[in-house]
Ligand binder design. Structure first.
Ligand SMILES: C[S@@+](CC[C@H](N)C(=O)[O-])C[C@H]1O[C@@H](n2cnc3c(N)ncnc32)[C@H](O)[C@@H]1O
Length: 282
């Protein structure tokens, strides 16, 4: 499996056409509802950082609902940032309260305590060094600030993958890299806690996800992660056929995301320095 490179024009365009179109907006919608339930609509002083903002799906959604909030979207991919800026302009949302900049989440170019809230929609599994990214997000938040994040869960597309494991002889090997991304959901909570966040709420979001037929399902995963492109053509056809037999009305499966609400926890890390040990007398 090849995770496409979000930094290239082709990779960012492929994401936007597939998961960026069918998944990210739905998960962003759920996160945005959590944000809107916490941040007052007229709170013009709230500064929010959207990390790994991609083409701006969540930041733009928030800018529509909370126009007074100051939103900064950052992403490691300049191509994603260009898409976000274009969308802001074409949707009439470009103004001085909404900004996008290319930036590595592991090295945020902001002073400590620059933001009152942060979000990260489906970015966590793609960070090369997630612990550093979490520590950086914490650093740029004010004490007690909320941080809302979503990650894909291992239950995603389970019905579809059950058939893959049945039909493809080396499915475990083939899917290893892809499944590793889905496993990241389990790592989010310990990573947050280690970085000095308190996790206040977690919830699984199950989105019905249907493909018209087996071929469409296989094509989706090829476009998204080149998942089955190394399969011999007869095996790929057999997979599509089996999916059609198993799901005569279309491949009915679901995408599952883990939504998390955390807050910068200063009690956990600003522990008073331990008293100096009594000096040794012998
Ligand atoms: C699955 S996409 C999600 C994009 C966006 N949040 C959305 O909902 O559409 C993951 C994003 O993480 C970004 N990314 C990966 N590593 C990053 C890093 N170290 N710093 C910032 N962004 C990063 C990628 O460029 C990509 O846009």
């Amino acid at each position: 499996m090849k995770i496409h490179d979000f930094r290239t024009r082709k990779g960012s365009a492929r994401f936007t056409m597939t998961a960026g179109h069918r998944i990210a907006p739905l998960v962003a919608e759920a996160l945005a509802e959590w944000v809107a339930a916490t941040v007052r609509a007229d709170d013009a002083s709230c500064r929010l950082l959207d990390v790994a903002c991609g083409s701006g799906t969540l930041a733009l959604r928030l800018a529509r609902e909370l126009p007074d909030m100051r939103i900064s979207g950052v992403d490691a991919s300049p191509n994603m940032i260009a898409q976000a800026q274009e969308r802001a302009t074409s949707e009439g949302l470009a103004n001085e309260r909404l900004s996008f900049a290319p930036m590595d989440a592991q090295h945020l170019a902001f002073a400590p305590a620059s933001f009152d809230a942060a979000t990260c929609n489906l970015g966590f599994p793609f960070f090369a060094h997630p612990a550093e990214a979490m520590a950086e997000i914490r650093r740029v938040l004010v004490p007690g600030a909320p941080f809302w994040a979503s990650v894909p869960d291992r239950q995603s597309w389970r019905e579809f993958f059950e058939v893959v494991y049945e039909v493809v002889p080396d499915a475990t090997q083939l899917l290893r890299g892809f499944m590793a991304r889905l496993e990241q959901a389990q790592r989010l909570l310990p990573s947050l806690e280690q970085a000095g966040f308190e996790v206040t709420h977690q919830e699984l979001l199950r989105l019905p996800f249907a493909f018209a037929n087996g071929h469409e399902a296989v094509t989706f995963f090829n476009d998204l992660f080149s998942l089955f492109t190394t399969l011999p053509a007869p095996l790929e056809r057999r997979l599509s056929r089996t999916l059609d037999e198993r799901f005569p009305g279309g491949v009915a499966t679901s995408y599952v995301a883990l939504l998390t609400c955390a807050r910068r926890d200063d009690a956990a890390v600003s522990v008073a320095p331990a008293e100096a040990p009594p000096s040794a007398t012998h």
